[in-house]
Design a protein around this ligand. Structure first.
Ligand code: ARG
Ligand code: ZN
Length: 874
């Protein structure tokens, strides 16, 4: 079944009030739902009520307290139709269903994790609990009563504020929760079980006292302290930056170890993948800390962007996700280093969203059709969605942007809104026309912007010629012209910023508004030839094709005042060098690299005037996937790896004399702190380690760092260097064995051990991964384990997944089909690793196609996996 945006109709019925009673039991949970049903005023009259279900068993049904006659309704596992409705504007429908949380391996609906009861209802999991109008525009006030065995589940949580609790007969007890804010069913949650907790409180700007709780496995309480700190910082930040306050008396977070995604913003009761809650220096890396800070903020920010204002339908998913990602990006930028954060965002966007946008799974930020909504929780909806909001701020400026946000909240609080509503608020607040801009929501694909400059010293004129193009994407063959805001600057030969002279059409301050196919911009009074710095801060998510000499790029890499653009200039130089190296390898010659580039890399890494985190990024070469994307077609992953390895050793040889002492100078002194500055020093030191230990026989320093490490950031980085650069050596084998022995009781740390081994370059890794799937700490039922081992292998190991003999695909297909039996969502997600198959060289391309066809022919494939595989095949 295909769902289409244009088919949206408001529901004929509303459910203003929902009372739920859960009698929790691992195999036989009884769910009683008392729904106050109303006909919507203005709705076309209808005589039947159709409720969504999914694998449900109906136990009883009554209207206004009277059981329904068998011919008054039809119940199937995935639908409940009531034919005989009372002749009244409203009535009470009471439904009893029975579910088996213990058998729910899809982790959608009500399930068990670590012996606790938990739920995941977004997008369509609520219908796996009870029959309902399971759509985001049906808002209801929930009262929830939970009953469970007290020994099994001393803790009973749901949305909103606690109302009452007490004992029941037979060792059972109950708790009642009430959430005064009307919400869609996807925001419903409950948690029942035996968990440890940490408590804190927060006083909101207007004086509300909010009790904060984070619930984790017993014994792990200390590891939730950083998450609590991040939560309080998020709450303060949203007040200060957006004027948004929390609105209930309690805010609870529960960490569970079996979770399909990162986390979920259920009203007042966020449920998290424990990987985004638990951290201490011994088990978490700096990247883990940053991830926790970002996800805690993200889910908290959803309280306004997602919960108070929700989505009219799932086509509007980016309304809450893109906006909330933008908000969490801004939060992290304020808490840490803004340029470093921006570079990380752009690297992630290019690594994940660009390939999506440029391949068979491309879709607009606001899609027009879907078969399986869970397959649209994509990097396009989230990360490109965030970039679109960022562009709105760039175009409007910060003041009008904030006014637009305020107007959006004012107009739509308590409603289920659309992208049109969102854009209208910005248009009305700023007086600007965003019609052309809106295409960013509606057209798929990454626009290409070509830029050429010409300087005429006699006339003192600089001419910029810009051109935009957008290639066809699936089901969108003809594209319209976009409104692309490009932040720019002109850098004078002495490194200073040139003041832009006159006013030009299409230029506002330091922004060029590219709206036509071609645009020519003339700057006058430019006597000395400046170097153009464009798409500063990555103001638009485009692929830039800039006619610029290597000398000009080197100049920008040293002098550009915009730190993002400076990094971009360096990255473009690396990319060009790597592509040339790739061509050399294909032509059977050794790649060679410009000495000036090698010196530049070393100079930036050693520049004490720059933050260490930034210097670490200057040493981070484009990934193999980035290089593949830039090459575009007939990819040979082995040649990419050779070129990249060649550049690593060239940079090392040119700079070893400075890198080794710098590495030692950065040694950790004093205690551990996860703050951004300390993390930056560790990042630089680990980047240097990777270089100085890159040559065969040079693993000693990594082995020493592994042994001496006082935190997980140091230890796992050293392990990665040993496993990736010294694969198979006694040092590497010893470290891998030691790591397993130390951390076998820590699943989240074993995930790192899986990831490191799954990314060892070369086809031999296929058999390593096969063997690890039999390791006792692996579980095909646990999404974190599956993603760390199988997902990482397919998405981050080009030379193994795309092994020329097809063995990587064979392993992967076996694994995906095994996962799919229990958890279709996770299987579909990891199967997106095939999305760039068409850009491979012909032999691999054909093997990949056969693998996809083989999956598509498996009988009874889930709609989740079928959707991905069929779209990928095209
Ligand atoms: N709304 C959640 C978040 O962005 C994601 C939940 C998605 N879950 C799913 N099964 N598709 O934080
Ligand atoms: Zn979200």
């Amino acid at each position: 079944q295909v769902f289409k945006l244009e088919d949206y109709r408001p529901s004929a019925f509303l459910i203003p009030e929902t009372k739920l009673t859960f009698r929790l039991h691992p195999k036989h949970t009884l769910v009683q739902a008392e729904l106050h049903v109303q006909t919507r005023t203005g709705a076309p009259s209808t005589s039947k009520l159709v409720l969504d279900g999914d694998e449900l068993t109906l136990r009883s049904i009554a209207i206004n307290g009277a059981p329904l006659a068998p011919d008054a309704y039809t119940a199937s596992p995935d639908q409940l139709v009531i034919h005989a409705l009372p002749n009244a504007a409203s009535f009470t429908l009471t439904i009893e269903t029975e579910v088996a949380p213990e058998d729910n391996k899809a982790l959608s609906g009500l399930y068990r994790s670590g012996g606790n009861y938990t739920t995941q209802c977004e997008a369509e999991g609520f219908r796996r609990i009870t029959y309902f109008l399971d759509r985001p525009d049906v808002l209801s006030v929930y009262t929830v009563r939970l009953e469970a065995d007290r020994a099994e589940a001393p803790l009973l949580l749901s949305n909103g504020n606690p109302v009452e609790s007490g004992p029941l007969a037979d060792g059972r007890h109950f708790a009642i929760w009430h959430d005064p804010f009307p919400k869609p069913s996807y925001l419903f949650a409950l948690v029942a079980g035996d968990l440890g907790s940490i408590k804190d409180s927060f006083q909101s700007a207007s004086g509300r006292q909010v009790e904060l709780g984070i619930y984790v496995e017993h014994g792990k309480e200390e590891r939730a302290l950083y998450a609590m700190d991040a939560l309080k910082r998020s709450m303060r930040w949203d007040e200060e930056v957006f004027g948004l306050e929390y609105d209930l008396d309690v805010f609870n977070i529960v960490a569970v170890s079996d979770f399909n995604m990162g986390a979920m913003e259920n009203k007042g009761l966020n449920i998290f993948n424990d990987k985004y809650v638990l951290a201490d220096e011994a088990t978490a890396t700096d990247a883990d800390y940053a991830g926790i800070e970002a996800v805690i903020a993200h889910e908290y920010f959803h309280n306004w962007t997602g919960n108070r204002i929700t989505c009219r339908d799932w086509f509007q998913l980016c309304l809450k996700e893109g906006l909330t990602v933008f908000r969490d990006h801004e939060f992290s930028a304020d808490q840490r280093s803004r340029p470093v954060k921006r570079i990380a965002e752009v690297r992630a966007l290019r690594a994940h969203q660009f390939p999506e946008d440029q391949g068979p799974l491309a879709h607009p930020v606001r899609p027009r059709r879907y078969r399986e909504i869970n397959n649209f929780y994509t990097s396009t909806v989230y990360e490109k969605g965030s970039e679109v909001v960022r562009m709105i701020r760039t175009i409007l400026g910060p003041r009008d942007f904030r006014r637009g946000m305020d107007l959006y909240f004012q107009r739509h609080d308590g409603e289920a809104a659309t992208i049109e509503d969102f854009l209208k608020a910005f248009e009305d607040a700023s007086g600007r026309d965003l019609q052309q801009f809106a295409l960013w929501y509606h057209q798929a694909g990454t626009p290409t912007v070509t830029v050429a400059t010409r300087h005429d010293p006699d006339k003192g004129e600089l001419t910029l010629h810009l051109e935009q193009a957008l290639a066809p994407t699936p089901s969108e063959s003809r594209k319209r012209l976009m409104h692309i805001p490009l932040e720019f600057g002109l850098v004078a030969p002495d490194g200073s910023e040139m003041a832009v002279q006159a006013k030009h059409e299409g230029v506002e301050g330091n922004i060029i508004h590219l709206r036509r196919r071609h645009q020519t911009i003339r700057f006058t009074g430019v006597d000395q030839r400046p170097v153009l710095s464009i798409n500063r801060g990555f103001s638009a998510p485009v692929a830039l094709s800039l006619e610029q000499t290597a000398e000009d790029r080197m100049f920008l890499a040293r002098f550009d005042g915009d730190l993002f653009a400076r990094w971009q200039a360096l990255t473009s130089l690396y990319t060009q060098a790597l592509i040339a190296g790739y061509r050399a390898v294909l032509g059977q010659s050794a790649p060679s690299f410009e000495p000036a580039l090698l010196t530049l890399a070393g100079d930036l890494a050693c520049d004490e005037g720059l933050q260490p985190a930034y210097r670490a990024l200057a040493l981070t070469l484009p990934g193999e996937g980035d290089i593949a994307r830039e090459i575009g077609q007939n990819i040979d992953p082995d040649a990419i790896l050779s070129a990249r390895t060649g550049l690593v050793s060239a940079v090392t040889q040119a700079n070893a004399a400075r890198f080794t002492p710098l590495y030692h100078a950065l040694a950790e002194t004093g205690g551990f702190s996860p703050d951004a500055a300390s993390a930056g020093r560790r990042a630089l030191r680990n980047a240097l380690l990777d270089y100085v230990c890159s040559e065969p026989g040079q693993g000693t320093l990594a082995a020493k760092q592994y042994q001496d490490a006082t935190n997980m950031t140091e230890r796992s980085a050293a392990l990665a260097v040993l496993a990736h650069r010294h694969n198979g050596t006694p040092e590497a084998l010893a470290a891998l064995a030691d790591f397993e022995a130390r951390y076998r009781a820590e699943p989240l740390v074993i995930d790192k051990w899986f990831q490191i081994q799954a990314t060892v370059p070369g086809a031999a890794t296929v058999s390593t991964v096969r063997a690890l799937m039999d390791y006792s700490g692996f579980s095909i039922d646990n999404p974190n384990r599956v993603r760390s081992l199988v997902g990482t292998f397919a998405s981050a190991n080009q030379t193994a997944f795309h092994a020329a003999d097809g063995s990587g695909y064979a392993l992967f297909c076996d694994a995906v089909l095994a996962v799919e039996q229990r958890n279709p969502q996770v299987a579909a997600r990891i199967a997106t690793a095939f999305r760039s198959w068409r850009s491979l060289e012909p032999v691999r391309r054909e093997k990949a196609r056969q693998a996809l066809v083989a999956i598509s022919q498996v009988p009874n494939l889930s709609s989740d996996l079928r959707d991905i595989v069929e779209r990928t095949l095209g």
